[in-house]
Design a protein around this ligand. Structure first.
Ligand code: NDP
Ligand code: BG6
Length: 488
């Protein structure tokens, strides 16, 4: 299926940056290779860095891959794609620089009206300046009808509830809510999209997906690298704003929500908002924060977070957070949702772990030891898959039980390329499908959960507990985890 546009211009603001280069442009190439872009399309990179279109193409090509067109035709596809990439340089808060962009766009768009997608791949501090300048330069076409204009805005969207509301209102002067696509790229990840299918297209899970049968839900997000040069950005946001308030809460919402009325974007987002609104704000005893410290390992001196360029020597920005959430509704009352997110940890992994209760009166318990409870493990990355941990008899003449996995591994099961999250989301934005984008009330509900604790941690200058690079996080986090497990 091609996108509805016949004539399409995509503007990537912040085109000199990491996200544009590594994710957005390669995702657009992926869509081009699969025939999802119309015959008449063009991509304009825009940023302050001085660069010619030729130099922009030379940078872009470094991150394009032949996943969809292996073999010799790939080089030809790349050449065709790059020929439609252009670059315009200018300051962000300037109407004139966007007028220059407008002129360059019109020269390529021809006489037919073109749909326009603006992708703001820039730090949140400049979202507003850029949007205003785009609006002042007359680049935004009004209304939902053709030719349309849409804006994709990256996260983090604001720093707390108040700044997020203000940003929503101010951006709303340029782009309507209908034209605004707030991206959370985790929603484009294949296994996360599959959560709806797993829960609602299979008979077996929904009857046990509740407080009667589930003991706890754990959502883990960890990276085995530190802030790696992004310290300047990270230090003013921290792990709660960077990952927990958005990526992890979206996973909570999809895991805990009631069945939506239909697959319609509005119904899915209504169901997510309802569950987020039933999560009370996090209090101090529900959170542990940490920061990775300089670590000596195998004779190597590994720089800590505070050694990253752009990070203050006395920074108290957390690079790790463990949070206990309660979902106060009839389905989940009393069931702990334990979230943890950390940089520079022992491994790269994102997963949802649903632990079920023990079998009541289990006849296989012996001398006080019972078989481990069932667990459903949804592996989001790096190895996409789903495992159901079940008790099983070890083959042999005795009755010994062992927990084993019923294992779905995506790469083994599906002989196909798994799309990148940004491909899925860009395609939806081009089609005008908002189901995987964050609505304004969803954003507010997510900020309400974390705004009070962020204020408390910051106003009291709470010192994050140091942890070693390559570890499982601060000791206090292990203690909170144990306390939660013992309490259920
Ligand atoms: P970068 O720091 O690479 O910034 C992108 C571009 O914005 C830079 O090339 C620079 O372009 C311009 N820029 C940088 N700092 C400033 C500043 N202080 N004032 C004005 N312009 C500035 O960011 P990323 O590309 O990593 O991220 C862009 C957005 O995407 C952010 O909101 C980030 O949170 C989000 N994001 C990033 C991800 C990633 O993987 N990188 C993943 C998910 C979200 P120039 O100087 O040429 O104008
Ligand atoms: C971004 C965060 O949103 O997600 C980064 O800003 C993080 O800090 C990144 O590294 C992780 O994305 P992915 O898709 O590599 O898991």
């Amino acid at each position: 299926m091609a996108t509805a546009s016949e004539n399409l211009t995509i503007v990537v603001v912040g085109a000199s940056g990491d996200l544009a280069r590594k994710k957005v442009i390669p995702a657009l190439f992926g869509l081009y290779c699969q025939g999802f872009l119309p015959t008449k399309f063009r991509i304009f990179g825009f940023a302050r860095t001085a660069m010619t279109s030729e130099e922009f193409r030379a940078r872009a090509v470094e991150n394009l891959t032949c996943r969809y067109v292996p073999g010799e035709s790939c080089a030809q596809k790349m050449d065709e794609f790059l020929a439609r990439c252009f670059y315009v340089q200018g300051p962000y808060a300037s109407r004139d620089s966007f007028l220059d962009l407008f002129q360059a766009m019109q020269a390529e768009e021809g006489d037919e009206p073109a749909d326009r997608l603006f992708y703001l791949a820039i730090p949140p501090s400049v979202f507003l300046d850029v949007s205003r300048a785009i609006g002042d330069a007359g680049l935004v076409q009004c209304g939902d009808r053709r030719p349309w204009s849409r804006v994709v805005v990256e996260k983090p969207f604001g720093r707390d509830r108040a700044s997020s509301d203000a940003l929503v209102a101010q951006l709303g002067h340029v782009f309507t809510e209908g034209q605004t696509y707030r991206i959370d790229h985790y929603l484009g990840k294949e296994v996360i999209q599959n959560l709806l299918v797993l829960r609602f297209a299979n008979l077996i899970f929904e009857p046990i997906w509740n407080r009667e049968h589930v003991q706890s839900v754990q959502i883990s997000w960890q990276e085995d690298i530190g802030t790696a040069g992004r310290g300047g950005y990270f230090d003013s946001y921290g792990i709660i704003r960077d990952v927990v308030q958005n990526h992890l809460l979206q996973i909570v919402a999809l895991t805990a929500m009631e069945p939506p009325q239909s697959l319609n974007a509005q119904h899915i987002r209504d169901a997510k908002v309802a569950v987020l609104r039933s999560v009370p704000p996090v209090s101090r005893d529900q959170i542990v924060v940490g920061q990775y410290a300089r670590t000596v390992r195998d004779g190597f001196d590994l720089p800590g977070y505070r050694d990253d360029s752009g990070v203050e020597d006395d920074s108290i920005t957390p690079t790790f957070a463990q949070v206990l959430l309660h979902v106060r509704n009839p389905r989940w009352e009393g069931i702990p949702f334990l979230l943890h997110a950390g940089k520079a940890m022992d491994e790269k992994k994102t997963e949802v772990r649903i632990r079920f209760k023990n079998v009541p009166g289990n006849m296989f318990c012996s001398e006080g030891t019972c078989p481990a409870p069932n667990e459903l493990v949804i592996c989001i990355q790096p190895d996409e898959g789903i495992q159901l941990r079940v008790a099983n008899k070890v083959p042999g003449l005795g009755m010994t039980l062992e927990q084993q996995s019923l294992d779905l591994n995506y790469h083994a099961a599906f002989n196909r390329v798994i799309p990148q999250a940004y491909e899925a989301l860009l395609l939806d934005a081009l089609r005008g499908d908002k189901g995987l984008f964050v609505r304004d009330d969803e954003l507010s509900a997510a900020w309400d959960i974390f705004t009070p604790i962020l204020k408390e941690l910051e106003s009291h200058r709470a010192i994050p507990e140091p942890y070693a690079i390559g570890s499982t996080g601060p000791d206090a986090a292990q203690r909170l985890r144990r306390a939660v497990q013992e309490s259920v």
